[in-house]
Design a protein around this ligand. Structure first.
Ligand code: C5P
Length: 426
């Protein structure tokens, strides 16, 4: 089993010395660590110290051509299982939030498709400044895990939040972040002989080279400019599936209805409101190797959307609400010329779960139905009890957190796709 690989970016700040201890802790726990030191970071710790402790080459310069030959910055940014920024200075957080790539560290952060964890360290006023608050909110919205800094006396004598969390706390956050990612893939074959046995090439990920389309969340069907028809779908299961697919190396397109969830790292997301918009985005995304339709698409929309807010007229009469049927996205892509080789639907059922799912499998023309029993725990919860219903039979799983359902589903999908050739690309 390959050991988890951490790319540790060390920013400039007095707290950088704690990152040296972090490297030691990570190595002790068996992690493979590769360090990148910013120019400011070099003022506080030396590449030699980090190289000795990490037992790995330390990278500092984007324009080191020899390294570009040995290992391009794109590869460097993606071969790790997790990218950690510690200390994350106010400047680094601002550049990350703005997508600025003007040195090796920021270029890696923009190029990576892996989860990112940032451990901030800065003066209390800088941490509390509106600009930093905004940057942290942006990064969290983008799916970056930004730890809360510790509170205490600062090197500059002020008191408050801004101290780098203790190395043991950062390591605990790293353990937790990696527990959410799929286990590193064991290295076999030519990559194992390439002189970097601890760093699996990207194509060792089980879904590398596959394109996966996922729909998630509810749809909102407008009645007038202020009212809509909706349902209680939270989008959590679909987003967890998108995160797991990206972590397994797939190119993931997530078509999301209106939900308040951050985009998982490495996922391309398109937001839609209505079923008709979702259908158009799904069609535009084809061809794909697999489509997983998790969205709770509204069955009906208002037949006519009023241009102005519908008013009470005082007569006590309720306005008529005529409905029109929405397109069945799953059923129509099952019929399309570009039907994905693996097409998966979801079904939320309160009774006769498996029988209903089997009927739905036939009606929709998909390959699997992931049936979830929502009798005990309706939409919006953190766990799911699912049965994967296919022509081959029924695979019933225990109740699991939605992230675990997602990971297990990716394993099943990877096994299934292993029997099929990847799509032809232009
Ligand atoms: O018919 P029902 O809504 O129970 O089917 C659920 C499955 O069908 C889900 O995979 C859902 O994403 C998909 N669906 C769809 N378009 C619709 C209704 C459902 O793609 N209009």
């Amino acid at each position: 089993m390959t050991k988890p690989r951490i790319l540790l970016i060390i920013g400039g700040g007095i707290a950088a010395y704690k990152s040296v201890e972090l490297v030691r802790l990570l190595r002790k726990a068996g992690y493979v660590v590769r360090c990148v030191l910013t120019r400011a970071g070099k003022q506080f710790v030396t590449p030699l110290t980090l190289a000795a402790l990490s037992e790995n080459k330390v990278y500092t310069n984007l324009f080191d051509l020899k390294d570009e030959v040995e290992m391009g910055h794109i590869q460097l940014s993606r071969e790790a299982d997790l990218v950690v920024v510690a200390p994350a200075t106010a400047d680094l957080l601002a550049k990350m939030a703005a997508g600025i790539a003007d040195d090796l560290a920021t270029t890696l952060l923009l190029a990576t498709d892996k989860p990112v964890l940032a451990a901030p360290a800065m003066n209390v006023r800088m941490w509390l400044h509106a600009a930093t608050r905004r940057n942290v909110a942006t990064l969290r919205g983008d799916g970056v895990t930004v730890m809360e800094p510790d509170e205490g006396e600062m090197a500059c004598g002020e008191y408050g939040p801004g101290r780098l969390p203790e190395p043991a706390a950062i390591k605990a956050a790293i353990d937790a972040a990696l527990a959410d990612a799929p286990a590193p893939v064991a290295l076999t074959g030519p990559g194992a002989l390439a002189g970097q046995p601890d760093f699996a090439p990207a194509n060792r990920r089980p879904l590398y080279g596959r394109r996966i389309l996922i729909t998630a969340g509810p749809t909102h069907e407008p009645i007038d400019p202020v009212r809509y028809i909706a349902n209680r779908s939270s989008g959590k299961q679909g987003f967890a599936i998108a995160a797991a697919a990206a972590a397994a190396g797939a190119e993931v397109l997530l078509v999301a209805g209106p939900v308040a969830l951050p985009t998982p790292p490495g996922v391309i997301r398109v937001d839609v409101e209505t079923a008709v918009e979702m259908a158009a985005e799904v069609e535009a995304a084809l061809p794909v190797d697999a489509a997983i339709m998790v969205a709770a698409v509204a069955d009906w929309r208002a037949a006519d959307t009023a241009a102005q807010k519908i008013k009470k007229d005082g007569s006590g009469q309720v306005p008529p609400l005529a409905l029109a049927e929405n397109p069945d996205i799953l059923a129509s892509i099952a019929q399309s010329a570009q039907r994905p080789p693996l097409l998966i639907g979801f079904a939320a059922e309160t009774n006769d779960v498996i029988a209903h799912a089997q009927a739905k499998l036939a009606r929709k023309g998909c390959d699997w139905i992931v049936a979830n029993d929502v009798a005990a725990d309706p939409m919006g919860g953190e766990s799911n009890r699912v049965h994967i219903v296919s022509k081959a039979g029924v695979d019933s799983w225990d109740r699991l957190p939605k992230q675990a359902v997602a990971r297990q589903l990716m394993e099943k999908i990877a096994d299934e796709l292993d029997t099929r050739a990847p799509l032809e690309r232009d």
